[in-house]
Design a protein. Structure first.
Length: 171
């Protein structure tokens, strides 16, 4: 019998990566295509809130969701003691540019190779996360890689982040 690691939200810091797997239709397609049981990403902003482009809803600030949470990762500072992210710059970008954008279903299909890119002014979850990182002055991936080519799985395996918490339940 597997033990389940209970999640304590008090470990979260603004900027933390929240990785989810809900086993719904979209998450299942993403997980199958990318080879990792993770289908959604959000960024924790503090006070029980996260920012993300949620499936079918779009870019906004949301109440922290624990259902389906499988992993929490944190950006590793390049210089010890220095924040990896300029979080206030990222939130400024979020409020001025991203907030209210629609969910980019067509862009999501870039993982299936049916489309080469999505729609301007719309984002899916990992596309949002890459743009948020770049607005924070943090580049965990190749800067030449377009945000729409990044999957939630990439945040799981990226060496620029360390795992703070991981579920040990079967998902």
């Amino acid at each position: 019998m597997n033990s389940v690691v209970l999640f304590d939200p008090s470990i979260l810091e603004p900027g933390d990566v929240l990785l989810y797997y809900e086993k719904d239709f979209i998450d299942t397609i993403i997980a199958e295509k990318t080879g990792k049981a993770v289908g959604h990403i959000e960024r924790y902003v503090g006070n029980g809130k996260s920012v993300a482009s949620r499936n079918g809803v779009g870019v906004n600030e949301y109440d922290l969701r624990l259902t389906g949470l499988v992993c929490v990762r944190r950006a590793i500072p390049v210089v010890s003691g220095t924040p990896a992210l300029d979080f206030s710059a990222g939130m400024d970008w979020f409020n001025k540019v991203a907030k209210g954008q629609k969910y980019d279903f067509e862009g999501l299909l870039t993982f299936t190779s049916f489309f080469k890119s999505g729609h301007d002014g719309e984002m899916f979850c990992s596309e949002f996360a890459v743009n948020f990182d770049r607005a924070c002055g943090f580049e965990p991936f190749n800067p030449d890689q377009p945000p729409f080519e990044t999957s939630p799985r990439d945040y799981w395996i990226c060496g620029a982040f360390q795992t703070i918490w991981k579920s040990d339940s079967e998902y």
